[in-house]
Design a protein around this ligand. Structure first.
Ligand code: SF4
Ligand code: MG
Length: 336
């Protein structure tokens, strides 16, 4: 499938008073039509920040320092804000963790879907019919009877479906969903994720799913980007990465994944150590304090994301993985 969105060397800085801290480093990946890309990592790894940088919805204190976000033959980072506003909510839509916060409690769900349509140019009478149709598409039973209900009259899962209806209202080509099911009951999570996969196929769109859950990636993603300390440390097709993870962090994430079938242990193994503070990253490879394979070079040089198996779509950023694969070290090392 063709690339829908290409993120190239994206860097983002945060201001802390006088100081400036690099929070995202050289983040690169692509999202494709008809595929779900999972961006995975622990909290604080830079996943949400990446999504917000793409959408140009960064907090006041953050800004993009370098890189490109290519979408429909242009760089989103270069667009005037008015153009970006029309892309947001139409061609690229975002779904956040908490549907409660995304919906206006004092407006009916119908009003909110219609509003999204009208803002992007549809007339009022057509918008109501379309809103009912959209509620049906996201699996709300009897949409014509529910359209005038308020958000509080829906369950959490149904509310998230309404948010997804708003996301696809203007024929989005890409949905970026940031932990869209984390706030929901476990049984409801799978249904909402299934809906995203269904919509991806039915509407032929691309989905970027941000998650900390490798089980979710296994279940619904086609491609995976693993982030650690504000960098991409491994990426590729899910099948390849799960079959032969190259980065020790990816291996640990997979090992800590609960078994879906087979023996369920009472306690899940967790990765020792804690996520680094993006403002005070360890030298060299940010993972080195937690890595059982760390060598001297790991403390000195940042490992760059490089092709692993001769395929540009399978990349990892690990000195030792490259040695083990018999590949030459980084041709142009970045001192930390
Ligand atoms: Fe571990 Fe070194 Fe690889 Fe980092 S570069 S993951 S410290 S082996
Ligand atoms: Mg987050």
């Amino acid at each position: 499938a063709a690339n829908l969105l290409e993120v190239r060397n994206l860097g983002t800085t945060f201001r802390f008073g006088q100081a400036e801290v690099q929070a995202l480093h050289e983040v690169s990946f692509e999202a494709r039509t008809g595929r779900v890309l999972g961006i995975v990592g622990e909290s604080g790894s830079g996943k949400s920040l990446t999504a917000r940088a793409i959408m140009r919805m960064l907090p006041e204190t953050a800004s993009v320092s370098n890189g490109e976000v290519l979408f429909e033959s242009g760089n989103l980072l270069d667009l005037p804000e008015a153009r970006m506003r029309s892309i947001r909510g139409s061609k690229i839509a975002m779904v956040f963790q908490d549907p409660q916060a995304a919906l206006n409690p004092v407006k009916t769900v119908g009003w909110q879907i219609e509003e999204a349509l009208v803002v992007h140019g549809m007339n009022k009478s057509r918008a109501r019919a379309r809103a009912i149709e959209l509620l049906g598409q996201v699996g709300i039973p009897e949409p014509d009877k529910r359209i005038d209900d308020f958000p509080h009259q829906f369950s959490g899962g149904m509310r998230q479906r309404v948010v997804i209806a708003i996301a696809i209202a203007n024929s989005a080509k890409l949905i970026i969903a940031d932990e869209p099911t984390t706030a929901l009951d476990v049984t409801i999570q799978a249904q909402v994720l299934r809906l995203l996969v269904d919509l991806k196929s039915r509407l032929d769109i691309g989905v970027i799913l941000i998650t900390h859950d490798m089980g979710v990636v296994a279940e619904i993603c086609d491609d995976i980007v693993v982030m650690y300390g504000g960098r991409v440390v491994e990426r590729g097709a899910v099948a390849g990465v799960f079959a032969a993870p190259q980065h020790p962090y990816t291996r640990n994430l997979l090992r800590s994944m609960p078994r879906i079938e087979g023996v369920r242990t009472a306690r899940l193994p967790t990765i020792p150590g804690s996520t680094p503070d993006l403002s005070r990253l360890p030298s060299g490879c940010a993972f080195h304090p937690r890595c059982q394979f760390a060598e001297d070079i790991c403390l000195r040089e940042v490992p760059v994301l490089l092709p692993m198996a001769g395929s540009p779509e399978r990349e990892a950023a690990c000195h030792v993985a490259r040695q083990n694969a018999g590949l030459p070290p980084d041709p142009d090392p970045t001192p930390s």
